[in-house]
Design a protein around this ligand. Sequence first.
Ligand SMILES: Cc1ncc(COP(=O)(O)O)c(C=O)c1O
Length: 409
Amino acid sequence: MNPLLSHLQPYPFERLRQLFAGITPNPALKPISLGIGEPRHATPALIKEAMVNAIMATPSGLAAYPATAGDPALRESITRWLKKRYALDLNPATQVLPVIGSREALFALTQTVVNPSITTPADDGSPLPPVVVCPNPFYQIYEGAALLAGAQPYFVNSDPARNFAPDWDSVPAAIWARTQLLIVCSPGNPTGAVMPLSEWAKLFDLSDRYGFVIASDECYSEIYFRDEPPLGGLEASAKLGRPGFKNLMAFTSLSKRSNVPGMRSGFVAGDAALIKPFLLYRTYHGSAMSPVVQTASIAAWNDEQHVIDNRAQYRAKFAQVTPLLAEVLDVALPDAGFYLWAKVKGDDAAFARDLFTLYNVTVLPGSYLARDAQGGNPGAGRIRMALVAETAECVEAAQRIVQFVTSRP
Ligand SMILES: Cc1ncc(COP(=O)(O)O)c(C=O)c1O
């Protein structure tokens, strides 16, 4: 067996199952889950129809192997979308690749980039592995990808006083010197924070100084609450005079934008010098997208109206739910994403357990989404609520949470 597998941590939902084991939640109330961050708005008909038509109408249907690089028509629909969304001109042949969702792509890029044979001698002469720097709290795939690549994850705590920006200045130079990959998440899961241009400038400077790659996870980019859409990593790069996106790869997904988490479709875009070895890795890994999914993806990238409608649904829902919860919890409308990241009194796991027991509402303890690092767990004393269900259900959950908090000692 690969010994690195034993370093993987249990997934947050596994820990939640253990927390709730043996509990019978209040049977008088129907269960409401704000736990899993899985979109539940309806998949647009135009995407489903494109998929069905692709199976039934195209000559090859499912009877041919797809190319790992994807059909040129898909890559062109992606570059057209990047032009509309960010006013960027990318070369569809060299600067974009379709991926089977951003999760596998984040994992695979880490395996492509990390060179575990480059070690640094510790004071006692023993070899220190390369480092992958991640925000804390974070999406757990970053950590698993780093560990399985033979790297050591280094967690940078988010600072609630600065809209949950990770405290990059706290990272010692000795860590940056060992860093081969930095993963950022903007809009962030679970904080919803969008990285401003100044933060990007800082990270590009560090990348130039220490030579590491930046992977920018942007899968929540189309669900936002401010007037202006979130700044993308590639957009920031171009604005800061880096039109070739040196050492930068951005990850975008249809899962949340178009409510198709089951379709498994997204893309990476950025530095052509990274896309080329990434395509080679993917060819051997066998990560080609089904032609049927490619056709449905083209339909999704070509249409913006369903994205506008989807965003409007989230905006209406957050406008109702956030003020209710803000009466009893320290919580505010995020920049973007579909989570509320609230501060609670006392232990976050005890809060989640008691809320489930008494009110049959599931939320995720914040400490399960973060690690103890640099003197604390930045998720401790917080909960994540995914507002993915219909508005009425989310409002009911919020009302129950208000009752729970006000009746708690
Ligand atoms: C921060 C973040 N990145 C990536 C993903 C993966 O999304 P997908 O693989 O569906 O594109 C998720 C899914 O929940 C996520 O929260």
